[in-house]
Design a protein around this ligand. Structure first.
Ligand code: CAA
Length: 261
């Protein structure tokens, strides 16, 4: 039987757990094909809908988070087939529909579609072996899953141009300095750190976590005035939740808050 293209597991023993999705084409450095992206999308939407899951981690192997779209597949296409089949992007939009926090735990190569996948996540943890880049230009194409749009937003236009136009890779230290990576963690602690962050998020109030993600994401897409308005509406809405009562009462009583779903 063929190996599954992703593996899934759940961690934690609280009310809500962290779901882990492991990209599982290690021999191909987790090159992303339709089968893998369909499975990833299905798992993401399933975990997003599962009330027992509070946070999702996407990870790869030690050598590669993902080395990009599967070049063997791309090589078979011409313009008409790429355009009519909506090549690459057809099944990439699921992750944008996920309302729960998604953490990318990156070791090794995150290139092309792999870098784009990491950038679609909310938090990017990387080991010091991680390497990021958009090397599509060396294949005679350009990034096709958001790289030319999300990279400048993450690292600024000058560095994005440098990376996209040359296809050079940047190491984890440069990626963290320039804002693509949230935090660098020791290689042998990657999953422990990702799960520890997942545990923190799972113990927080669910509504405030979803609202925080929604509000930060608005800053990405909307003019400042719209983003500020979204934040203000969500901020005020939080005062209708039991989490706000519990969080503030606990602070004033100098005890730990217990957030209930
Ligand atoms: N697609 C298909 N197969 C890939 C792959 C990819 N993106 N990346 C690696 N592989 C395969 C290799 O062909 C090789 O297979 P075989 O063992 O059968 O020969 C195997 O994975 C191991 O790779 P290497 O032997 O090349 O490993 P390395 O350590 O020497 O090099 C690497 C690692 C620098 C990441 C190199 O594999 C590489 O440059 N990969 C391609 C990176 C790339 O160009 N990504 C962009 C793809 S296009 C894209 O992603 C479009 C988009 O915007 C969505």
């Amino acid at each position: 039987m063929a190996e599954p293209t992703i593996l899934t597991a759940q961690h934690g023993d609280g009310d809500r757990r962290t779901a882990v999705i492991t990209l599982n084409r290690p021999k191909q450095l987790n090159a992303l094909n339709d089968e893998l992206m369909d499975a990833l999308g299905e798992a993401l939407l399933r975990f997003d809908a599962d009330p027992a899951v509070g946070c999702i981690v996407i990870t790869g192997s030690e050598k590669a988070f993902a080395a990009g779209a599967d070049i063997g597949v791309l090589a078979q296409h011409d313009f008409i087939s790429a355009y009519t089949s909506d090549l690459i992007t057809r099944n990439w939009e699921h992750i944008r529909r996920v309302r729960k926090p998604v953490i990318a735990a990156v070791s090794g190569f995150a290139l092309g579609g792999g870098c784009e996948l990491a950038m679609m996540c909310d938090v990017v943890l990387a080991t010091d072996t991680a390497k990021f880049g958009q090397p599509e230009i060396k294949l005679g194409i350009i990034p096709g899953a958001g790289g030319t749009q999300r990279l400048p937003r993450a690292v600024g236009k000058a560095k994005a141009m440098d990376l996209v136009l040359s296809g050079r890779l940047m190491d984890a230290a440069e990626a963290e300095r320039s804002g693509l990576v949230s935090r660098i963690v020791p290689a042998d602690r990657l999953m422990a750190e990702a799960l520890a962050l997942g545990e923190v998020i799972c113990a927080l109030g669910e509504a405030s976590v979803l609202a925080a993600k929604e509000s930060v994401n608005r800053s990405y897409e909307a003019p400042l005035s719209d983003g500020i308005l979204t934040e203000r509406r969500l901020f005020h809405a939080m005062f209708g939740t039991p989490d706000q009562k519990e969080g503030m009462e606990a602070f004033l009583a100098k005890r730990k808050p217990v957030f209930k779903r």
